[in-house]
Ligand binder design. Structure first.
Ligand SMILES: Nc1ncnc2c1ncn2[C@@H]1O[C@H](COP(=O)(O)OP(=O)(O)OP(=O)(O)O)[C@@H](O)[C@H]1O
Length: 362
């Protein structure tokens, strides 16, 4: 099934990325309505011989304050570039972005003070202890010696590493190191935390622990979390998500709403002759040619009330001498949403994924 623009195309809300009056502020004080808001954000990297890579082609994104927002897309879609622009680590070619109430172009220092980052590649010194790593970082952020000591202790406790504070980083497990990076990102109490694949490479238990700390942080401090991930079950648990492809936003909304927009159930049949079965199913459902697909999974199509179709399809196939080995009907998943909008499976981009490996829940 090909991605297409339809009623579920990205909702482009009209308001500009300016500060607005928050309805819950007692004095009507002006607070940013969105944690992040971008309009027409473009990033073009110049290449050799006058070539150019269009990493972002006009991104309009709104992230509400206090929400956990997943940012999904195939490899090379522009996710890391977006994070670099939103953290004021790179300048957009054109367009506007407001992050934690500050403009990334005119107030980059203010943006950097208000956000925390956790990147894919570790920036910890393996020979220093957990405590030393955090203390140095806190001092780099301009905290006094005393405040640096206090925040180091607080953030180590917050990620359950208080008892490992004197351990050299090289002796910590992968999950502990990731939690220490999280503590480092939290030292200056950022309003928004950007996390670029925070759980990649971790086992399911360590992944669950990282998410437990992230949720606790959100609940305790009301922080906004902006997360890129290739794990569907992590995106599923976020308040809202956006999908980008080729530097453009192709979907934005709550996971349930995006799945509901796909609508129909997915019916899959494994038969003794999938090529012929595809033709029979197409005739039986009066579906147009591309709507019924035959691939490694079997023959599949999308129809409303999929389970009611299974006996009818089995009867039609039996009439043509084709046996059905397995049949299933399932409502749309987030992977179906991703496939619908990008033409690819999100699992294809997972670094730990082998073609037949089952998905693992955190
Ligand atoms: N510094 C750079 N110079 C030139 N091209 C770049 C640079 N950084 C990124 N790109 C290109 O911009 C496009 C978007 O890259 P980006 O890293 O933002 O994608 P991504 O969605 O984060 O990918 P992945 O999931 O693989 O990390 C890619 O074509 C990439 O090759």
């Amino acid at each position: 099934m090909q991605p297409h623009a339809g009623a579920d195309a990205p909702a482009q809300a009209a308001p500009p990325p300016a500060a607005r009056t928050s309805p819950d502020s007692a004095q009507g004080a002006t607070m940013p309505a969105y944690a992040i808001s971008t309009r027409g954000l473009v990033k073009t990297y110049p290449g050799p011989d006058g070539t150019a890579t269009h990493a972002l082609r006009g991104l309009d994104l709104d992230v509400h304050r206090g929400e956990t927002f997943a940012f999904l897309g195939p490899n090379g879609a522009g996710k890391s570039t977006t994070i670099a622009l939103l953290c004021a680590l790179a300048r957009p070619t054109s367009g506007r972005a407001t992050v934690a109430g500050a403009d990334v172009l005119t107030e980059p220092d203010r943006v950097r003070r208000r956000v925390g980052m956790l990147f894919q590649h570790s920036a910890l010194d393996p020979d220093l202890t957990a405590e030393q790593n955090l203390h140095i970082h806190a001092r780099l952020y301009g905290l006094s010696r005393r405040d640096a000591r206090r925040r180091t202790t607080e953030t180590l406790e917050a990620v359950d590493l208080g008892d490992r504070r004197r351990a050299p980083v090289r002796t910590l497990s992968g999950g502990m190191r990731r939690r220490l990076e999280l503590a480092r990102g939290l030292l200056h109490a950022p309003e928004i935390l950007f996390l670029d694949e925070p759980t990649t490479g971790l086992d399911p238990h360590a992944r669950a622990q990282v998410w437990q700390h992230l949720r606790a942080l959100r609940d305790r401090q009301g922080s906004t979390l902006f997360v890129t991930t290739h794990y569907l079950e992590e995106a599923e648990n976020c308040d809202r998500l956006a999908i980008i492809d080729g530097g453009r936003l192709v979907a934005q909304g709550a996971p349930a709403a995006l799945k509901a927009a796909i609508g129909d159930d997915r019916v899959v049949l494994r038969t003794s002759d999938d090529a012929t079965a595809r033709r029979v199913v197409r005739e039986a459902t009066a579906s147009p040619d591309p709507a019924v697909t035959a691939d490694a999974e079997g023959v599949w199509l999308r129809v409303p009330d999929g389970s009611a179709w299974i006996p009818r399809l089995c009867a039609a196939l039996a009439g043509h001498g084709i046996s059905v080995h397995a049949a299933s009907a399932a409502p749309p998943t987030l992977d179906d949403v991703f496939f619908h909008h990008t033409g690819r499976s999100i699992n294809a981009a997972r670094p730990d994924r082998t073609p037949d490996a089952p998905g693992s829940a955190p």
